[in-house]
Design a binder for this molecule. Structure first.
Ligand code: PEP
Ligand code: MN
Length: 263
């Protein structure tokens, strides 16, 4: 169902004002984690003013250490819904388990399947039965075939609104948090009609690299970006070292809009 042979035209996924695919570039931006209502509403307004059409923010956080901040859970979802009400941005947030799909879907516009859960097949089936769009992140050690077959689980459940997100893979290289293969964009476009979204934040793990990789992703034909933005990155509850501040994000948005026009 994900294959371009089955469906030659590119799928366009529309969630409110957010559109990705078929020439539309959708940008979702926001903090790694929702921290409080004031923060998420402020970030939403700032990224909207810069041109984003989606708001990202984690309420259920898959942290490497059980001692790290785990997210505000349902309270965080409510704060995201408030930010949507105030800005009209489409809310992207992660769902970590099949039991929590209904709860997260009550507040979210796009259900994010995190890299660590790409092959959690019961979770993929659960979001496949749901009426919300899905952002499926590539597992850090998944092959492209495994990635596309994970998308197939969601499509097979009847949910046609799936976006593929390249967020970097685990390699021997240590100068970046993950290795971000931008060749995934033309490859996935050749194999599938689904929109391809690039995450230059997790894909690099360094704020100073995010701008260039975002620009390169758009030049490579990506259908969208998901970027971590925080008002005060050094004091973020998670992933501050890869968050852009508002000025950096505005600069990136200006640049990618120019690149997109030039394509
Ligand atoms: C995130 O988007 O904050 C996140 C945890 O991403 P990933 O699943 O790609 O690690
Ligand atoms: Mn993060």
């Amino acid at each position: 169902l994900a294959s371009r042979e089955v469906r030659p035209e590119s799928s366009v996924i529309t969630v409110g004002g957010f559109q990705a695919g078929g020439g539309h570039l959708g940008v979702a931006a926001g903090p790694c984690s929702v921290e409080n209502e004031e923060q998420i509403v402020e970030v939403a307004k700032a990224v909207k003013a810069a041109g984003a059409t989606g708001l990202r923010g984690g309420a259920f956080k898959p942290r490497t250490s059980p001692y790290s901040f785990q997210g505000l859970k349902e309270d965080g979802l409510k704060m995201l819904a408030t930010a949507r009400d105030e800005t009209g941005l489409a809310v992207f947030t992660e769902v970590m388990s099949p039991e929590e799909v209904d709860l997260v879907a009550k507040y979210a516009d796009v259900l994010q399947i995190g890299a660590r859960n790409m092959q959690n097949y019961r979770l993929l089936e659960a979001v496949g039965r749901c009426d919300k769009a899905v952002l499926l992140k590539r597992g850090p050690s998944a092959t492209m075939d495994e990635f596309l077959l994970a998308a197939e689980y969601i499509l097979d459940g009847g949910n046609e609104r799936v976006m593929l997100c390249e967020r970097g893979i685990r390699t021997f290289e240590a100068h970046t948090r993950f290795t971000l293969p931008l060749a995934s964009v033309p490859y996935l476009h050749s194999k599938s009609h689904l929109p391809v979204i690039i995450d230059p934040s997790h894909g690099t793990g360094h704020t100073y690299m995010v701008h260039d990789m975002a620009v390169a992703a758009v030049a490579a034909g990506a259908d969208g970006l998901i970027i971590e933005v925080h008002p005060d990155p050094p004091n973020a509850a998670s992933d501050g070292y890869q968050c852009q501040d508002y000025a950096q994000f505005e600069n990136t948005m200006r640049r990618i809009q120019k690149v997109q026009k030039a394509l």
